[in-house]
Design a protein around this ligand. Sequence first.
Ligand SMILES: *[C@@H]1O[C@H](CO)[C@@H](O)[C@H](O)[C@H]1NC(C)=O
Ligand SMILES: *[C@@H]1O[C@H](CO)[C@@H](O)[C@H](O)[C@H]1NC(C)=O
Ligand SMILES: *[C@@H]1O[C@H](CO)[C@@H](O)[C@H](O)[C@H]1NC(C)=O
Length: 352
Amino acid sequence: MPKERPLWRGAAFRLCLLSAALFLCLQLGMRRSWCPEEKSRDAAAARAPAPSRGAEQRPGAVAAGGGRRRVTYVRSGRRGSAAPACCAPGRRTVRWHIELQPWASPTPSLNYEASRFLKYISTSQISCEHMNLSSLKGYSETTKKPWSVCLDERFSLIHRIRSKKCRLYSLGLGNDDNQFELSMANSGCEVHRFDPSIKSAHIQQGRHLWHHRLSIDWRDPNPAIAAHKLHSNTKKLGTVLNEFGHQKIDVLKADVESAEWKILENLILEDVVEQIGQLVFEVHIHWPGFEVSGNDSTVVRYWYSLLRELELKDFRLFHTYKDLSKPQMFLKKEAFNASSCYTLSWVNTRWK
Ligand SMILES: *[C@@H]1O[C@H](CO)[C@@H](O)[C@H](O)[C@H]1NC(C)=O
Ligand SMILES: *[C@@H]1O[C@H](CO)[C@@H](O)[C@H](O)[C@H]1NC(C)=O
Ligand SMILES: *[C@@H]1O[C@H](CO)[C@@H](O)[C@H](O)[C@H]1NC(C)=O
């Protein structure tokens, strides 16, 4: 009997330790499962459009939240997969609107906005010596419009064409002039044409050219509506890139009859432009464009601000072309000696 007492006492002591440990575990476990929720709530708050919030307030708030909770977050493997995409390193952060540039004059005036904007789209920011696709084989001179790409050695496009690693995405709406696409395909580039007027969902023409019945939009469609609309399929460019498994587009060409402004805005807000080497866009200025609102000076300021965002991302305009064959109209008026239509080419100087 006396032998058993220390044994019993030892067991009681162990039981005590065990329950203490269990209690600690439970406490920790509960805290861990709360933390990700706190974290994502914070992240949501940081991402939410908060026009009234001072810009200087933002990074501080995010850092304070992120720094303390990151450790807890990483440890809670159970919820790890629920990590908001915004917080993983190298992921895109979602912005809700572009930064508007100050007005061109102390009091808003269409004259000042228009002359600033027209001067901007008529001035190259960087020189490009080689833009003539004739240097590539398979190009014929029947092209009506100058879809200019920069083939200078200091930019990667020419090297990617030579090593047959280039990729062109071309957005259109029932255009029949495919000369540019064909010549890029003939020089070995992988070419994807997106056009809602194409007859079947996907058609391959030759070894390098694909036609997709898709229109590129600035938002994902409402799934309820999309289900009812046969033969119509709209997607954001970022969504298409993900679905095709493409990381990069060497050249993005767009001829989309005034949808270019909102598409460009979407590419900037979602940072998809960073995956693009060169942009060749036809821009239309005879009316504000789809879903662009406000008085005339507001619209022109918005267009200008969009293009300045590209410049901020180190895109440089190397070619501009004023189409004199189109009506010479600017926001429904014959004014400012402007054309309704310009073709602009940019090179992403950050792009490798
Ligand atoms: C256009 O609208 C903006 C913002 O609403 C306003 O500040 C500006 O005065 C208006 N411009 C003209 C020329 O009416
Ligand atoms: C492009 O080059 C070809 C021959 O190399 C020339 O005939 C043509 O005029 C050039 N086009 C332009 C727009 O410079
Ligand atoms: C109007 O535009 C045309 C074509 O760009 C140009 O040749 C002409 O000099 C311009 N006229 C004025 C008055 O600026």
